[in-house]
Design a protein around this ligand. Structure first.
Ligand code: SAH
Ligand code: SF4
Ligand code: F3S
Length: 550
C-alpha cells in the first residue's frame, strides 16, 4: 500500500480532522510516514482564515513541483478549508495538485485517494487527475437537512480506539467534535463558507466517543465547536447515519437541584451535554471546550462548570474588538458592555482562587478592522486590561474574498497602522500575562504532564521543525503522537543524560508549567499523569515549579 505524509495547518478542528483521516487511512492499509520526501502521497490539510495561512500552503505546493517532476507517480492532495474556498481555481493555479477534498466531504477522501493513486500510475507526468469533493452549493443546507444526510458523522464514528502502546507514551489528551460548521457570519470570516452550516452531533455519539477515549487511556478531552456553547440537539428530528435512522435519547438539565430529573427527551443543551459527559465518564479527569461565543452563554452552563470538579476553569472566549462600532461592523452581535458583563458573571461563578481554582481566560482580537479609529483601538486596549486574559491571540485584519467585509467594507487601515497596533497590543498583553504569572507563584496546582519542555528538546538538538509538531506521521492508538509534544524525542536515538530532565504540563486553567523530573525514565513515567506542582517563578508565557510528592 502507498505511504502517506499528512501535514496540518489551521485550527484544532483541522487537527482533529487530520487525526480522523489518518486513522481511517491506516485502517485501510496505508502506511503513514513522517518523511515527505519519500511519501507516495502528500496531503496538506489547509486553513483559509487569513491570507498568511494560505500563503504557507501555496509555497509548500510550489516546492512540491520539483519533487513531482522527479517522481511523477506521487499524488498530491489539498484537504480542508482552502480546498473548499478555492475550489477549481486552486487546481488551475497549481497543476501539481491531484485531488481536493473540503472539510465537509472528508468521508469521501479514501475513495478519492484510491482513484488518484490508480490514475496517477497510468498518467503522464504533469497531467492532472482532477479529483475533488467539495460541498459547494450544498454548504448552506439547513442544520436539520444537513443532519439528516450527515455522512460526515461516519468519519467521526469510525475513529480508531486501539489500546495504548506498551511504554505508556500514548496520547492522553483528545479532541471530540460536538458541532460542525458555523451560522454566525461574522463579516470578516470564511469559516461559515468553508465549513458550512452548523450541525450538532447527537449527544449519544459524543458521550460514547468520550467513553471509548477514556477506556483507551485518555484523561483530558477538549470538546470542539466554532461556537461550542451554542450546542443544542433537538431529539426526535431523525438523524440518519449510514442509511440508518438513529433515534437519540437524552436528558435535559434542570438546574443544580434537579440533576437527575429527566425532562422528556426533547432537547439536549450544552449544559446538559457537559453534565452528562462529566457524570457518565468518571475516568475522564479533565473536560474542556473551545471556542466559546460571548453570547448564548447561560448561567446553566456556568452552574454545571462550577459544580463539576473535573470540568476545567478555563474559557477561550474571543472578544475580537473593544469598540461597539467595530463589533457592529463585524456582526458579532454583542457590545463591549455585554462582553464584560459576561466575564463578570463567569468570574462570579467560577473564579475561586481560595480553593486553588482561579478562572483563566484567553481571547482573540483582530486589529485594523476597516474603519478602526485610534479611539476604537484604545477601546480594545481598555478591554484587554479589564478582561485580563492569560493569553490572547492577536491578528491583523486580513480581507478574505467572499466575505461581507471584503465585498462591502473597504480595507482602509494602512498596513503600518495595523502592524503598530498589533505590536503594541502584544506588549500590553505580555504585561498582563506576566502579572497573572506572578500571582501564581507560591500556589500548588495539579499539572497534567505533556512531554519534554522546549528547553529540554533544544538541549537535545531537536528544533521545533525536527519535531514537526503539526505533522501526523505516526498514530498510536488511533491518536496522533504529534499532539503530545516531546514524546517523539523517544524516537531520536538520544542516549539519556544523567541528571534532571525538564518536562512541561498544564494546569486546569491551561497555564503552562515546567518542572524537573529526576531522569529520562522518571520523565517518561510522568507523561500523561496529573501531579502536584508548586509554582516557584513566572516568566514570559510559562511558569516554573517543583514537583511535590504525590
Ligand atoms: N469561532 C471562533 C473563531 C474561529 S477563527 C470565534 O468566533 O471566536 C479564529 C480567529 O481568527 C478568530 O477568533 C479571529 O480572531 C481570527 N480571524 C478570523 N477571520 C479573520 C480575518 N479575516 N482576519 C484576521 N483574523 C481573523
Ligand atoms: Fe467565524 Fe464568527 Fe463563526 Fe467564529 S463565530 S467561526 S469568527 S463566523
Ligand atoms: Fe482555518 Fe478552517 Fe479552522 S479556515 S481556522 S482551518 S475552520
Amino acid at each position: 500500500m502507498p505511504s502517506v505524509y499528512l501535514e496540518t495547518f489551521g485550527c484544532q478542528m483541522n487537527e482533529l480532522d487530520s487525526e480522523l483521516v489518518a486513522g481511517r487511512l491506516a485502517q485501510l492499509g496505508y502506511t503513514l510516514t513522517r518523511d515527505a520526501d519519500a511519501a507516495d502521497v502528500v496531503l496538506y490539510n489547509t486553513c483559509s482564515v487569513r491570507e498568511q495561512a494560505e500563503q504557507k500552503v501555496w509555497s509548500r505546493l510550489g516546492e512540491l513541483r520539483h519533487e513531482k517532476a522527479r517522481r511523477p507517480g506521487m499524488v498530491v492532495g489539498v484537504l480542508g478549508c482552502m480546498a473548499e474556498r478555492d475550489g477549481a481555481d486552486l487546481m488551475k493555479r497549481m497543476p501539481v495538485v491531484d485531488l481536493m477534498c473540503g472539510p465537509g466531504e472528508l468521508d469521501k477522501l479514501p475513495d478519492l485517494l484510491d482513484n488518484a493513486v490508480r490514475t496517477r500510475g497510468s498518467l503522464l507526468a504533469g497531467e492532472s487527475a482532477s479529483l475533488s469533493a467539495l460541498q459547494g452549493n450544498a454548504s448552506r443546507r439547513s442544520a436539520t437537512l444537513a443532519a439528516a444526510g450527515d455522512d460526515l458523522e461516519l468519519l467521526d464514528l469510525s475513529r480508531a480506539f486501539s489500546p495504548i502502546d506498551g511504554d505508556g507514551a500514548s496520547r492522553r489528551s483528545a479532541y471530540v467534535r460536538i458541532t460542525r460548521g458555523c451560522n454566525k457570519f461574522c463579516t470578516y470570516c470564511v469559516v461559515p463558507f468553508t465549513r458550512g452550516a452548523e450541525v450538532h452531533r447527537p449527544p449519544g455519539h459524543i458521550i460514547e466517543e468520550c467513553q471509548r477515549l477514556a477506556d483507551a487511556g485518555v484523561v483530558e478531552i477538549t470538546l470542539l465547536g466554532q461556537t461550542v456553547n451554542h450546542y443544542r440537539f433537538e431529539h426526535g428530528a431523525a438523524v440518519t447515519v449510514g442509511g440508518m435512522v438513529q433515534p437519540q435519547k437524552g436528558r435535559t438539565y434542570k438546574g443544580a437541584h434537579h440533576r437527575d430529573a429527566f425532562a422528556g427527551e426533547r432537547v439536549t443543551t450544552f449544559a446538559d451535554l457537559l453534565h452528562a459527559i462529566h457524570e457518565k465518564v468518571p475516568a475522564l479527569q479533565r473536560l474542556r471546550f473551545v471556542t466559546s461565543y460571548p453570547r448564548d452563554f447561560g448561567d446553566d452552563v456556568l452552574e454545571v462548570m462550577r459544580d463539576s470538579p473535573r470540568i476545567c476553569r478555563y474559557l477561550h472566549v474571543p472578544a475580537q474588538s473593544g469598540s461597539d462600532a467595530v463589533l457592529a461592523r463585524m456582526n458579532r452581535g454583542y457590545t463591549v458592555g455585554e462582553y464584560l458583563e459576561f466575564l463578570d458573571r463567569a468570574r462570579q461563578f467560577l473564579h475561586q482562587p481560595e480553593i486553588g481554582r482561579p478562572l483563566m481566560l484567553s481571547g482573540d482580537i483582530i486589529v485594523g478592522f476597516p474603519g478602526e479609529s485610534d479611539e476604537d483601538y484604545r477601546g480594545t486596549v481598555a478591554l484587554l486590561e479589564k478582561a485580563r486574559y492569560k493569553n490572547c491571540f492577536i491578528f491583523k485584519y486580513s480581507p478574505r474574498p467572499g466575505t461581507v467585509a471584503y465585498d462591502r467594507i473597504p480595507d482602509d487601515v494602512p498596513e503600518a497602522v495595523k502592524r503598530e497596533r498589533n505590536n503594541h497590543l502584544l506588549s500590553v498583553q505580555a504585561a498582563i500575562g506576566h502579572a497573572i504569572g506572578q500571582e501564581q507563584v507560591g500556589q500548588t496546582y495539579p499539572v497534567l504532564v505533556e512531554g519534554l519542555s522546549q528547553k529540554q528538546l533544544k538541549a537535545r538538538g531537536l528544533s521545533a521543525a525536527d519535531r514537526k509538531p503539526r505533522t501526523i506521521g505516526v498514530t498510536i492508538g488511533g491518536a496522533a503522537v504529534a499532539t503530545l509534544p516531546g514524546v517523539e524525542a523517544r524516537d531520536t536515538g538520544h542516549t539519556p543524560d544523567p541528571g534532571p530532565v525538564q518536562v512541561t504540563g498544564r494546569t486546569d486553567g491551561d497555564l503552562i508549567v515546567h518542572f524537573d523530573a529526576t531522569s529520562d525514565a522518571h520523565a517518561r513515567s510522568l507523561i500523561g499523569r496529573i501531579v502536584p506542582v508548586r509554582v516557584e517563578s513566572a516568566g514570559g508565557l510559562s511558569l516554573t515549579g517543583r514537583l511535590l510528592d504525590a
